[in-house]
Ligand binder design. Structure first.
Ligand code: HSE
Length: 315
């Protein structure tokens, strides 16, 4: 498949670097202000070096990448709330051109699911978005295989940054500010980690799960969200005295979407450590399925993007 990649951050760059291994060519890359286009396939090293050295991917305009001859547009620009722009317009343009779309950007799926599905219906192209929920973990494809109406609830740890902070606080008795600074130093947290620690990122993933499970439009406004920013270290100490710990748990059940810090058994399935995520699916006939793995990171999330590209190429 010929790919146009929008977004040259950790995920977009990893898609560019790994696409060849998966048998695909990247014919266009765009960041917010520039683009590189080559119908014969771009050299990932040249593009990433230019981005690193000069802050831009090429000499073209982002519109050149939109107009390129690609089979699949990969949308990996940063998630934005509300109108989900500019990501939504990139997706809309590709679908109007009857091209496929693969999203790593959560905004269009979480905030404009109805518009997204309407644009897909009017197009010969399809939209897939495995990478929007829990990075490398095959969550949406598993739900798709089981049948969304056979999955009665989903819960789990869906934010690696918050989980890193909580597990370090519990293991070392450190306070929140200290561990957040550590996470930023290690490059685990975003430079602006607000979405991570306030629960917004986990809530967006849960909203996407609700959209898929219930096939009606949820947005962030439908989610009940609290984060971990105000959690005192003493809460973790008290929990530990009782054999428990605290995790930021997202849950989609009975038509509701909730995210917040919850007490879980210290050695239980949900108490994953570090940046690891876990997704628990409650199924109608097969009980509980647990899927755990890396929920964030460039190559990890790119592997989910490229799995979607593979699905499209086999159709
Ligand atoms: N920043 C997120 C996390 C990954 O820490 O899990 C992208 O959703």
């Amino acid at each position: 498949m010929k790919l146009a990649v929008f977004g040259a951050g950790a995920v977009g760059t990893s898609v560019l670097e790994l696409a060849g291994d998966y048998g695909h060519d990247v014919v266009a890359v765009a960041d917010s202000a520039s683009a590189a286009v080559d119908a014969d396939g771009l050299d990932p090293e040249v593009v990433t070096r230019r981005k690193h050295d000069e802050g831009q991917v090429g000499d073209g305009e982002p519109a050149d990448a939109l107009a390129a001859d690609y089979d699949v547009l990969v949308e990996a620009t940063p998630t934005t709330l509300g109108d989900a722009e500019p990501g939504f317009s990139h997706v809309g343009t590709a679908l109007e051109r009857d091209r496929h779309v693969v999203l790593a950007n959560k905004g269009p799926v979480a905030e404009r699911y109805g518009d997204l599905r309407a644009a897909e219906q009017a197009s010969a192209g399809s939209v897939l978005f495995e990478a929007t929920v829990a990075g490398a973990i095959p969550t949406l494809s598993t739900i798709g295989d089981l049948g969304a109406d056979r999955v009665t609830a989903v819960r789990g740890v869906l934010n690696g940054t918050a989980n890193f902070i909580l597990s370090r606080m519990a293991a070392e008795g450190l306070d929140y500010e200290h561990v957040l600074a550590e996470a930023q130093d290690l490059g685990v947290a975003e430079a602006d980690p607000t979405f991570d620690v306030e629960g917004t990122d986990a809530a967006l993933k849960c909203v996407i799960l609700a959209n898929v499970l219930y096939d009606r439009e949820y947005t962030l406004a439908d989610a009940e969200v609290s984060g971990i920013a105000d959690l005192p270290g003493s809460a973790l100490k008290l929990a530990a005295e009782d054999g428990r710990t605290v995790r930021l748990i997202g849950e989609v059940a009975d038509g509701t979407v909730r995210v917040g810090p919850r007490l879980v058994p210290e050695n239980g399935t949900l108490a994953v450590t570090g940046t690891r995520n876990i997704v628990q699916l409650e199924t109608e006939h097969a009980g509980r399925l647990n899927i755990s793995g890396r929920g964030a990171g460039g190559p990890e999330t790119a592997s989910a993007v490229l799995a979607d590209v593979g699905r499209l190429s086999r159709r």
